[in-house]
Each structure stands twice: as structure tokens, then as C-alpha cells.
Design a protein around this ligand. Structure first.
Ligand code: ZN
Length: 426
């Protein structure tokens, strides 16, 4: 146990000005002004608006006391708050500052600004910890512009795929070209990697993007892990025919069969409703017309859960149900799962520490999985990860996304308390 500084008990008090939710919200609004589309927040990765936002974040990082603030080879802005000693480990705190089209202002940006605020609060009091902190404003989380995604955090994790440099956006600009014009030293991607032996872990604060905390009346949530996902599509082939001349008993209606299959997907989701979500989000009817019995239909499949085993079983159950429905209706059906991502569970001790600081702030401790992907997931099996969710209203990936200044202040307080507690327990 290192005695490095007075540890506030039980929670950090009084509130330090940098942790004030209203001040952080003001910065979120300032950052939201950096948009490629006037009148809304659209800041796809490596665009001019992203570059201006990155410059602003760099400025705030330096002002907060972070040193060595720089842009890495993937466009991430990273700053370092040194430890109180040499050869100390590093805790990485981050999120992303790229957005979807017509985005909310909190997704990603909130995590970056609370991290900067927590460091600013330490620096304002002259507190150094027995570990260094690095704050990362990742450049590529949303995956809207290029095919590949999470390339920034993957580079830090050491799992960057060089092929993603050749990905092109709809204008034909490659990621490598976009990085160069962004000012990123693209030839130095290998240097982005952090040696896991030197790291304490990765922590991310993020708006929930779902309704669970709101429904629970809890400002903050402890993320148990990031759900794994199986994604693919189901193709159903029956026989097209004239809607007026083909008698009902003689039909092999691909759409009617698909409808039954879609309900089977929903039913499988509901069977494990506390742990699993299963969704059909797209439906394509080949040659659809009002007077044609549909001959061929394709629909998407998206199954997510924190349990990889449950996910595999659910996909198998869906395959079985699809085959049974197809056989009964005399259509052919194939299930193609093209995309599988394993779950990324949060690290037990880090997660518990996060729960303890939330409890110490007098808040209810709600644990929930993340159904959405985050930068944190790339560190699966590489770094210990922890995530703190902030209650959101109006969903996410839309301009009505909202977190209250009060909740944001609590998130900053919790992150700060987490840092203090981590130091105290070393
Ligand atoms: Zn995000």
C-alpha cells in the first residue's frame, strides 16, 4: 500500500470545479460545433471537422495538465499525466470523438471530456498517482466512413489490420490518404501499441445509448461487459406466382414463410429476455409487387448477448426453427452468419471498484451489459477493461440523445474517485 496523498473518504468531496457537469456539458456543446454539416453534428472520422475537434481536445488536454499531447498514426489524440514515480504502470482512459451522421453530442465525446476533467481535478490539487494516466480521444469508432472500424483502439491494442489502410470511403479516398491529410504519422502505426505488461487497464465512460438506467432511476451504471454478436442473413426461396391465379393450398410463399421465421427469431430472443437480444432489421423481397406471390426473400439476423455460449445456442435454435418452418411450408431456406464477435467481459476487480465508487457517491448500483460495441471491446484478452455508463434519454445516434449535466457531473466524480481508489489500493 503506497501512502501517496490524502485519500478522501468515503467519496471525493467537495466537488472539484473541473468535475462540474455543467462545465463539461458546455465543452460538449463547444465540441459539437465542429461538424462537417452545418446545423447538425456530423463528424465522420478523419474529416476537416474531426481535425478541428482534435485540435480543441488537444488544447483542453494540455490545459488539464496532460503532457506529451500528440496525434498518433491512426488520428487518435493522446495525452499523458505522469505518475509520481519512475517505471509506473499506465491506466488508459478513453473514448472516441468521431460521430455518426446527425449524431447526438454525448456519444464518445462524453467519455473523452470526463477523462480530461478527472485529470484536471488531480492536477488542480497537485496530486500525482502511483500510476500514469493516458487519455485517448480515439479517431475511428463509429465505422460510418470506411468499411473497417475501431482501427484507433485496435492500433493501441496491437491488433490493427494493415489492410484497413486500403479501405476507401464513398468518394474513393483511402484510409491511408485520409490519415495523411489529417496529419497523422501513418507510417508509425506499430508505435501505437501499448505493451500490456506496462498497463493497468482501460477505462471508458460512455452514455448508455439505451433505456435501462433511465427505467431504473439510476444516473450511472456498471457495465458487466460488451455483448458479443452474431450477424448474418436468412435467404428464403419459394415459388413466385400470380396472386390471382395461384390457389392458396398450392403456394410456396417465401414472404409468408419469412414472416413466421422472423417471429421465431423474436420468440427465441424473448426466451432469454434477461440475457439476449435477437433482431431482424432488414427485409428484402425480390421482385415485390402487389399482384405477385413472393418467390424470394432475404432478411437480416442480429443476435447479441454477453454469453458466447448462449449466443451460439440461440443461433442454432434459430437455424432449427428456420429449417422446420421451411420444411413445413415447402420453401428452401439458408442461414448465413457472416460476422461473429465474441463478448468482452469487464474485468472483475476493476468492475467492482467502479461499483464501489458509485455506491460511495450514494447512488444505486445498477449492473448492465452493453449491447452496443465500444472501443473497450478491442482490448478483450489484452487489457483489463471497465466501463461506466451514464443515463441517457431519447436513445442514441440521433440529435435528441441527452444526458443531464447533473448525471455527467456524477460520472466525472465517479471516474475521479475511481482513480483515487485505484491508487489507494495499489
Ligand atoms: Zn460511442
Amino acid at each position: 500500500m503506497n501512502k501517496v496523498f490524502p485519500v478522501p473518504q468515503p467519496a471525493p468531496a467537495p466537488t472539484h470545479a473541473p468535475l462540474d457537469g455543467t462545465a463539461i456539458t458546455a465543452r460538449l456543446k463547444e465540441l459539437a460545433a465542429f461538424s462537417d454539416v452545418p446545423g447538425e453534428l456530423t463528424r465522420l472520422t478523419l474529416t476537416p471537422a474531426h481535425k478541428r475537434a482534435a485540435a480543441q481536445v488537444s488544447y483542453w488536454m494540455r490545459e488539464a495538465g496532460l503532457t506529451q499531447v500528440h496525434m498518433d498514426a491512426t488520428g487518435t489524440i493522446i495525452g499523458r499525466y505522469p505518475a509520481d514515480r519512475a517505471n509506473a504502470k499506465t491506466l488508459l482512459i478513453g473514448s472516441h470523438i468521431d460521430t455518426v451522421r446527425n449524431a447526438g453530442i454525448y456519444d464518445g465525446n462524453l467519455g473523452v471530456l470526463t477523462a480530461i476533467a478527472a485529470v484536471e481535478a488531480l492536477n488542480a490539487q497537485g496530486i500525482r498517482l502511483p500510476f500514469a494516466i493516458e487519455v485517448a480521444a480515439f479517431a475511428d469508432e463509429e465505422g460510418v466512413r470506411f468499411l473497417s472500424t475501431l482501427t484507433s483502439s485496435k492500433a493501441v491494442a496491437g491488433i490493427f489490420d494493415p489492410k484497413s489502410l486500403d479501405d476507401v470511403d464513398p468518394q474513393g479516398i483511402s484510409r491511408a490518404e485520409a490519415l495523411r491529410s489529417f496529419g497523422a504519422p501513418v507510417e508509425r502505426i506499430a508505435e501505437c501499441r501499448r505493451n500490456p505488461d506496462d498497463m493497468l487497464g482501460y477505462v471508458e465512460v460512455h452514455i448508455e445509448q439505451g433505456p435501462v438506467l433511465e427505467a431504473a432511476g439510476a444516473p450511472l451504471g456498471i457495465v458487466t461487459g460488451i455483448a458479443g454478436a452474431s450477424r448474418g442473413h436468412v435467404r428464403v426461396r419459394g415459388e413466385a406466382g400470380h396472386s390471382g391465379t395461384l390457389p392458396m393450398p398450392m403456394r410456396h410463399d417465401a414472404l409468408a414463410a419469412a414472416a413466421e421465421m422472423i417471429l421465431a427469431v423474436e420468440a427465441r430472443g424473448r426466451t432469454d429476455a434477461d440475457a439476449l437480444v435477437a433482431t431482424v432489421g432488414t427485409l428484402i423481397i425480390a421482385g415485390s409487387a402487389v399482384n405477385v406471390v413472393p418467390g424470394e426473400v432475404q432478411f437480416s439476423l442480429d443476435v447479441r448477448t454477453l454469453s458466447d455460449d448462449l449466443r451460439r445456442r440461440a443461433v442454432e435454435d434459430i437455424r432449427t426453427a428456420v429449417a422446420q418452418i421451411a420444411a413445413r411450408r415447402g420453401v428452401r431456406a439458408s442461414v448465413d452468419i457472416g460476422h461473429e464477435v465474441p463478448a468482452a467481459p469487464c474485468h472483475g476487480p476493476l468492475k467492482e471498484r467502479m461499483a464501489q465508487v458509485v455506491d460511495s457517491l450514494g447512488l444505486p448500483v445498477v449492473r448492465l451489459p452493453s449491447g452496443a460495441g465500444h472501443d473497450a471491446m478491442v482490448f478483450r484478452g489484452i487489457l483489463a477493461i471497465a466501463m461506466l455508463f451514464v443515463r441517457s434519454q431519447n436513445g442514441s445516434h440521433n440529435p435528441r440523445e441527452y444526458a443531464s449535466p447533473a448525471d455527467i457531473g456524477l460520472a466525472a466524480e465517479a471516474l475521479y474517485a475511481f482513480l483515487i481508489k485505484t491508487a489507494a489500493e495499489m
